[in-house]
Ligand binder design. Structure first.
Ligand code: DNO
Length: 344
């Protein structure tokens, strides 16, 4: 298990030099952010990013994310060309030593919260998802400020997308994911890239739009598409942990070989479909972080772990969920849990 930290590139207020000072920090997880979704990531750009990370004394082996174009998710006519581009990016990533590529199959919104700066009693602030607020929102008429929002779409394009998804069934989305994987996996296998799908966050449908990667059944279906270990999982304890039915340590033991990348964070469930993001410690939220690290140890997990979202503490400002301080505390806590289960 190696510890990593997500870094948003040159414009990230958190610097590589600061990240490096977190105890036992080994890897940076990043992406090329200025290439429009659907276009090829050139080998030159990947190499540049890798060299920058390596110059700071860290490794670059995990990409988060190589985004999947909405027309692939919707099964539109030009998906074959977009899939060809995706494959070319995978080959270029493999050429530069990338081992794991994270992606998701969430329609339009990626991750969704109702508030990005919810004040906690200790004076910090955090991300929160209150289903009572979300369920009454009509995304076609409301100005939304969501953390995973792709700002490259105009309002009009976005509304077209939302309408298209509102007419897409779960089954159709599964078929489109299957088509994508059937076409992309042979390239991933040939070039030894592990794909790692991020679960839907939150793991239930929002705005009348389907979401399909949310529980044990989803992973069973995913692996039935292709049982190769390259058809892998980015196991996010916060996303999956917001659904009470998910027994996370049991899922880790079941899907072990397919898990290549761990996102470790905690959430406190507040009723059936609502949660607040807490500090990483087990006692602060609903997720038993120690049991998760124990399960990872038991399956001989060799992949990459990153602390996931942090609260904003000590007056830090910046990208919601992605400040330095609380994620660094999370990293240190994860280090302690790892030392506890594998003192050697
Ligand atoms: C949120 C992240 C997600 C994740 C993508 C992976 O903080 O976990 O945005 O990067 O869904 O494709």
């Amino acid at each position: 298990m190696e510890l990593s930290f997500r870094w948003y590139g040159q414009d990230d207020p958190v610097t590589l030099e600061h990240i490096r000072q977190i105890p036992d920090m080994k890897q940076i997880v990043s992406a090329i952010y200025d290439v429009p979704v659907g276009e090829v990531w050139s080998s030159v750009r990947i190499k540049e990013l890798k060299e920058q990370i390596e110059a700071a004394g860290l490794k670059f082996e995990v990409v988060e994310s190589l985004p999947v174009h909405e027309n692939i998710k919707l099964g539109k006519d030009n998906r074959d060309q977009l899939i060809e581009n995706y494959k070319e990016s995978l080959i270029n990533l493999a050429e530069n030593g990338i081992k794991t590529v994270t992606y998701n199959f969430m329609p339009v919104f990626d991750w969704t919260r109702s508030q990005l700066d919810y004040p906690l009693q200790d004076g910090s602030n955090t991300l929160i998802y209150d289903h009572n607020q979300i369920k009454d929102i009509d995304p076609l008429t409301t100005e939304l400020n969501l953390p995973g929002w792709n700002e490259s779409y105009s309002r009009e394009e976005m509304n077209e997308l939302i309408k298209a998804y509102q007419q897409t069934s779960d089954e159709q989305l599964w078929q489109n994911l299957t088509y994508f994987l059937d076409n992309v996996l042979p390239t991933a296998i040939e070039h030894d890239i592990d794909l790692a799908i991020h679960p839907d966050d939150p793991p239930w449908p929002i705005f009348g739009i389907p979401r399909i990667i949310k529980n044990k059944d989803s992973y069973e279906r995913l692996l039935s598409i292709n049982s190769s270990k390259n058809n892998g999982i980015c196991f996010c304890t916060g996303s999956l942990g917001s659904l009470a039915e998910n027994d996370l340590p049991a899922m880790i033991r079941t899907f072990g070989d397919h898990i290549h990348f761990m996102h470790m964070r905690n959430v406190k469930r507040m009723g059936e479909y609502s949660f607040v993001e807490t500090g990483h410690l087990s006692k602060q939220g609903s997720v038993d972080m120690k049991a998760i690290v124990q399960a990872l140890h038991d399956i001989g997990f060799k992949g990459t772990i990153r602390p996931d979202h942090g609260r904003m503490i000590w007056g830090e400002t910046g990208k919601a969920g992605y400040g330095l301080y609380d994620r660094a505390l999370g990293a240190t806590y994860i280090n302690g849990l790892i030392e506890g289960v594998s003192p050697e």
